[in-house]
Write a protein that binds this ligand. Structure first.
Ligand SMILES: [Zn+2]
Length: 275
Protein backbone atom coordinates (compact mmCIF):
# COMPACT_ATOMS: atom_id res chain seq x y z
CA UNK A 1 0.00 0.00 0.00
CA UNK A 2 1.45 3.39 -0.87
CA UNK A 3 2.38 5.41 2.19
CA UNK A 4 2.96 9.13 2.55
CA UNK A 5 6.42 9.25 0.90
CA UNK A 6 5.21 7.28 -2.10
CA UNK A 7 2.14 9.49 -2.48
CA UNK A 8 4.32 12.62 -2.16
CA UNK A 9 6.70 11.25 -4.80
CA UNK A 10 3.87 10.41 -7.18
CA UNK A 11 2.21 13.81 -6.68
CA UNK A 12 5.51 15.59 -7.42
CA UNK A 13 6.13 13.42 -10.47
CA UNK A 14 2.66 14.01 -11.86
CA UNK A 15 2.92 17.74 -11.11
CA UNK A 16 6.20 17.97 -13.02
CA UNK A 17 4.60 16.28 -16.04
CA UNK A 18 1.08 17.71 -16.30
CA UNK A 19 1.12 21.14 -14.62
CA UNK A 20 -0.27 23.68 -17.07
CA UNK A 21 -1.76 21.03 -19.34
CA UNK A 22 -5.46 21.01 -20.30
CA UNK A 23 -7.82 18.05 -20.11
CA UNK A 24 -9.23 17.59 -23.58
CA UNK A 25 -11.21 14.42 -22.99
CA UNK A 26 -11.96 12.22 -20.00
CA UNK A 27 -12.86 8.54 -20.24
CA UNK A 28 -14.05 6.48 -17.28
CA UNK A 29 -14.56 2.73 -16.92
CA UNK A 30 -17.75 1.00 -15.94
CA UNK A 31 -16.80 -0.31 -12.48
CA UNK A 32 -18.47 1.99 -9.98
CA UNK A 33 -16.31 1.42 -6.91
CA UNK A 34 -13.50 3.86 -7.77
CA UNK A 35 -15.87 6.78 -8.34
CA UNK A 36 -16.73 8.78 -5.27
CA UNK A 37 -18.25 11.28 -7.68
CA UNK A 38 -20.29 9.70 -10.53
CA UNK A 39 -18.09 9.13 -13.57
CA UNK A 40 -20.21 11.31 -15.86
CA UNK A 41 -19.94 14.28 -13.50
CA UNK A 42 -16.20 13.83 -13.21
CA UNK A 43 -15.82 13.74 -16.99
CA UNK A 44 -17.98 16.82 -17.45
CA UNK A 45 -16.02 18.73 -14.80
CA UNK A 46 -12.59 17.70 -16.01
CA UNK A 47 -13.01 18.31 -19.71
CA UNK A 48 -11.77 21.76 -20.68
CA UNK A 49 -10.14 22.53 -17.34
CA UNK A 50 -6.39 23.10 -16.87
CA UNK A 51 -4.16 21.49 -14.28
CA UNK A 52 -3.00 24.40 -12.13
CA UNK A 53 -0.93 22.18 -9.82
CA UNK A 54 -0.76 18.70 -8.30
CA UNK A 55 0.11 18.11 -4.66
CA UNK A 56 -0.28 15.69 -1.79
CA UNK A 57 -2.76 16.21 1.04
CA UNK A 58 -2.54 13.40 3.61
CA UNK A 59 -2.44 10.27 1.47
CA UNK A 60 -4.48 11.83 -1.32
CA UNK A 61 -3.21 13.33 -4.57
CA UNK A 62 -5.03 16.58 -5.27
CA UNK A 63 -5.09 18.02 -8.80
CA UNK A 64 -6.01 21.71 -8.58
CA UNK A 65 -7.97 22.65 -11.68
CA UNK A 66 -8.83 25.99 -13.24
CA UNK A 67 -10.24 27.57 -16.36
CA UNK A 68 -6.69 28.62 -17.26
CA UNK A 69 -3.33 27.20 -16.22
CA UNK A 70 -2.52 30.36 -14.22
CA UNK A 71 -6.04 30.95 -12.88
CA UNK A 72 -7.25 30.46 -9.32
CA UNK A 73 -8.30 26.81 -8.97
CA UNK A 74 -12.07 26.44 -9.16
CA UNK A 75 -12.21 22.64 -8.91
CA UNK A 76 -10.24 19.65 -7.64
CA UNK A 77 -9.73 16.11 -8.86
CA UNK A 78 -8.82 14.03 -5.85
CA UNK A 79 -7.11 10.68 -6.26
CA UNK A 80 -6.72 8.16 -3.46
CA UNK A 81 -4.59 5.20 -4.48
CA UNK A 82 -6.05 2.73 -1.98
CA UNK A 83 -4.10 -0.52 -1.87
CA UNK A 84 -3.04 -0.99 -5.47
CA UNK A 85 -3.88 2.23 -7.31
CA UNK A 86 -1.45 3.88 -9.71
CA UNK A 87 -1.55 7.26 -11.39
CA UNK A 88 0.42 7.16 -14.62
CA UNK A 89 1.45 9.80 -17.13
CA UNK A 90 1.82 8.09 -20.49
CA UNK A 91 1.72 8.64 -24.20
CA UNK A 92 -1.54 7.65 -25.91
CA UNK A 93 0.20 4.75 -27.67
CA UNK A 94 1.25 3.12 -24.39
CA UNK A 95 -0.58 -0.14 -23.75
CA UNK A 96 -3.68 0.37 -21.63
CA UNK A 97 -3.11 -1.73 -18.53
CA UNK A 98 -5.80 -4.09 -17.28
CA UNK A 99 -7.91 -2.42 -14.57
CA UNK A 100 -7.56 1.08 -16.04
CA UNK A 101 -10.52 3.05 -14.65
CA UNK A 102 -9.78 6.53 -15.96
CA UNK A 103 -7.93 8.07 -18.91
CA UNK A 104 -7.57 11.81 -19.24
CA UNK A 105 -6.36 12.96 -22.65
CA UNK A 106 -4.31 16.14 -22.30
CA UNK A 107 -3.72 18.93 -24.80
CA UNK A 108 0.01 18.12 -24.82
CA UNK A 109 -0.84 14.68 -26.20
CA UNK A 110 -0.04 12.92 -22.96
CA UNK A 111 -2.49 10.86 -20.97
CA UNK A 112 -3.08 10.69 -17.26
CA UNK A 113 -4.33 7.23 -16.33
CA UNK A 114 -5.67 5.72 -13.14
CA UNK A 115 -5.13 1.98 -12.81
CA UNK A 116 -6.30 -0.05 -9.81
CA UNK A 117 -6.66 -3.86 -9.84
CA UNK A 118 -8.24 -4.17 -6.40
CA UNK A 119 -10.44 -1.08 -6.67
CA UNK A 120 -9.90 0.29 -3.17
CA UNK A 121 -8.72 3.55 -4.73
CA UNK A 122 -11.12 6.48 -5.11
CA UNK A 123 -11.56 9.33 -7.58
CA UNK A 124 -13.50 12.40 -6.57
CA UNK A 125 -14.34 15.67 -8.29
CA UNK A 126 -15.12 18.84 -6.33
CA UNK A 127 -16.33 22.18 -7.62
CA UNK A 128 -14.92 24.71 -5.18
CA UNK A 129 -17.84 27.13 -5.43
CA UNK A 130 -20.09 24.34 -4.12
CA UNK A 131 -17.85 22.46 -1.69
CA UNK A 132 -14.80 23.15 0.39
CA UNK A 133 -11.40 22.16 -0.86
CA UNK A 134 -10.18 18.75 0.19
CA UNK A 135 -8.66 18.50 3.67
CA UNK A 136 -7.11 15.41 5.20
CA UNK A 137 -8.67 14.50 8.55
CA UNK A 138 -5.38 14.50 10.46
CA UNK A 139 -2.38 16.84 10.71
CA UNK A 140 0.46 16.50 8.23
CA UNK A 141 3.48 14.87 9.90
CA UNK A 142 5.90 16.80 7.70
CA UNK A 143 4.60 20.25 8.57
CA UNK A 144 3.07 19.93 12.04
CA UNK A 145 4.56 22.31 14.63
CA UNK A 146 6.20 20.82 17.69
CA UNK A 147 3.58 22.16 20.14
CA UNK A 148 0.74 20.79 18.02
CA UNK A 149 2.49 17.44 17.76
CA UNK A 150 2.86 17.21 21.53
CA UNK A 151 -0.77 18.25 22.02
CA UNK A 152 -1.97 15.46 19.71
CA UNK A 153 -1.00 12.78 22.23
CA UNK A 154 -1.88 14.51 25.49
CA UNK A 155 -4.06 12.34 27.72
CA UNK A 156 -4.32 9.53 25.17
CA UNK A 157 -4.41 6.04 26.60
CA UNK A 158 -3.71 4.13 23.43
CA UNK A 159 -0.28 2.80 22.50
CA UNK A 160 1.96 5.30 20.76
CA UNK A 161 2.23 3.00 17.73
CA UNK A 162 -1.57 2.92 17.42
CA UNK A 163 -1.71 6.70 17.84
CA UNK A 164 0.79 7.18 15.01
CA UNK A 165 -1.37 5.02 12.75
CA UNK A 166 -4.57 6.86 13.68
CA UNK A 167 -5.32 8.86 10.54
CA UNK A 168 -7.51 11.35 12.37
CA UNK A 169 -4.46 12.42 14.41
CA UNK A 170 -1.75 12.31 11.75
CA UNK A 171 -2.51 11.85 8.06
CA UNK A 172 -0.62 9.31 6.05
CA UNK A 173 1.65 7.54 8.56
CA UNK A 174 1.61 3.82 7.80
CA UNK A 175 3.08 0.75 9.43
CA UNK A 176 6.63 0.96 8.05
CA UNK A 177 7.22 4.57 9.02
CA UNK A 178 5.57 4.17 12.42
CA UNK A 179 7.92 1.29 13.32
CA UNK A 180 11.00 2.97 11.88
CA UNK A 181 10.38 6.32 13.56
CA UNK A 182 9.76 4.70 16.96
CA UNK A 183 13.09 2.90 16.59
CA UNK A 184 14.91 6.11 15.71
CA UNK A 185 13.31 7.86 18.67
CA UNK A 186 14.15 4.96 21.03
CA UNK A 187 10.52 4.53 22.12
CA UNK A 188 8.74 1.19 22.60
CA UNK A 189 5.66 0.89 20.41
CA UNK A 190 3.47 -0.26 23.33
CA UNK A 191 4.09 2.81 25.52
CA UNK A 192 0.94 4.80 26.26
CA UNK A 193 0.88 7.88 24.04
CA UNK A 194 -0.21 10.17 26.88
CA UNK A 195 2.66 9.03 29.11
CA UNK A 196 5.45 10.09 26.77
CA UNK A 197 7.27 13.13 28.02
CA UNK A 198 7.97 16.25 26.07
CA UNK A 199 11.51 15.27 25.18
CA UNK A 200 10.42 11.89 23.86
CA UNK A 201 7.69 13.45 21.73
CA UNK A 202 10.12 16.00 20.32
CA UNK A 203 12.44 13.13 19.43
CA UNK A 204 9.58 11.20 17.87
CA UNK A 205 8.50 14.14 15.74
CA UNK A 206 12.04 14.62 14.47
CA UNK A 207 12.41 10.88 13.81
CA UNK A 208 9.13 10.72 11.93
CA UNK A 209 9.99 13.69 9.75
CA UNK A 210 13.45 12.23 9.22
CA UNK A 211 12.27 8.83 7.96
CA UNK A 212 9.56 10.36 5.78
CA UNK A 213 11.92 12.89 4.21
CA UNK A 214 14.57 10.24 3.67
CA UNK A 215 12.05 8.02 1.91
CA UNK A 216 10.84 10.93 -0.24
CA UNK A 217 14.44 11.65 -1.26
CA UNK A 218 14.96 8.01 -2.25
CA UNK A 219 11.62 7.95 -4.04
CA UNK A 220 12.46 11.09 -5.91
CA UNK A 221 15.10 9.22 -7.88
CA UNK A 222 12.59 6.63 -9.05
CA UNK A 223 9.70 8.94 -9.90
CA UNK A 224 9.77 7.95 -13.54
CA UNK A 225 9.14 4.33 -12.59
CA UNK A 226 5.95 5.39 -10.90
CA UNK A 227 4.38 7.68 -13.34
CA UNK A 228 5.55 6.19 -16.59
CA UNK A 229 5.16 2.49 -16.35
CA UNK A 230 5.66 -0.04 -13.64
CA UNK A 231 4.03 1.49 -10.58
CA UNK A 232 5.89 0.79 -7.39
CA UNK A 233 9.10 -0.62 -8.84
CA UNK A 234 12.21 0.72 -7.19
CA UNK A 235 10.71 2.55 -4.29
CA UNK A 236 11.48 0.47 -1.26
CA UNK A 237 15.18 1.20 -1.14
CA UNK A 238 14.81 2.50 2.38
CA UNK A 239 17.07 0.43 4.55
CA UNK A 240 14.74 -0.59 7.35
CA UNK A 241 16.13 -0.76 10.87
CA UNK A 242 13.32 -2.85 12.35
CA UNK A 243 10.44 -3.26 9.91
CA UNK A 244 10.15 -6.93 8.78
CA UNK A 245 13.50 -7.73 10.44
CA UNK A 246 12.15 -10.07 13.14
CA UNK A 247 14.98 -12.11 14.69
CA UNK A 248 17.69 -10.26 12.78
CA UNK A 249 20.30 -8.33 14.77
CA UNK A 250 19.58 -4.66 15.57
CA UNK A 251 21.78 -2.45 13.42
CA UNK A 252 22.76 -0.47 16.52
CA UNK A 253 23.19 -3.06 19.29
CA UNK A 254 22.92 -6.53 17.68
CA UNK A 255 19.94 -7.57 19.88
CA UNK A 256 17.45 -9.63 17.82
CA UNK A 257 14.53 -7.53 16.60
CA UNK A 258 11.23 -8.50 18.17
CA UNK A 259 7.80 -8.66 16.58
CA UNK A 260 4.48 -8.17 18.37
CA UNK A 261 0.90 -7.58 17.24
CA UNK A 262 -0.33 -4.13 18.09
CA UNK A 263 -3.55 -2.53 16.88
CA UNK A 264 -3.88 -5.47 14.51
CA UNK A 265 -0.57 -4.73 12.84
CA UNK A 266 2.76 -6.50 12.93
CA UNK A 267 5.02 -4.27 15.00
CA UNK A 268 8.80 -4.50 15.07
CA UNK A 269 11.20 -3.07 17.64
CA UNK A 270 14.53 -3.50 19.39
CA UNK A 271 14.00 -4.42 23.05
CA UNK A 272 17.39 -2.92 23.90
CA UNK A 273 17.35 0.39 22.03
CA UNK A 274 13.68 1.19 22.58
CA UNK A 275 12.43 1.94 26.10
ZN1 LIG B 1 19.09 -2.23 19.35
Amino acid sequence: MPELPEVETIARGVDARVRGDRVVQAWFGTHREPFKTPAARQAEGLEGRCVVSVHRTGKHIVCELGQQADAEPDAQWIVHLGMTGRLLVTTPEADVAAHTHARLTLASGRELRFVDPRRFGRLEFRVLSRTEGFKAPGADPLTIKVEDFIALFRGRKLAIKAALLNQTLLAGVGNIYADESLFRAGIRPRRRAGRLNREELERLREALRGVLRHAIRLGGSSVSDYVDAEGVRGFFQLEHCVYLRTGEPCRRCQTPIRRIELAGRGTHYCPQCQR
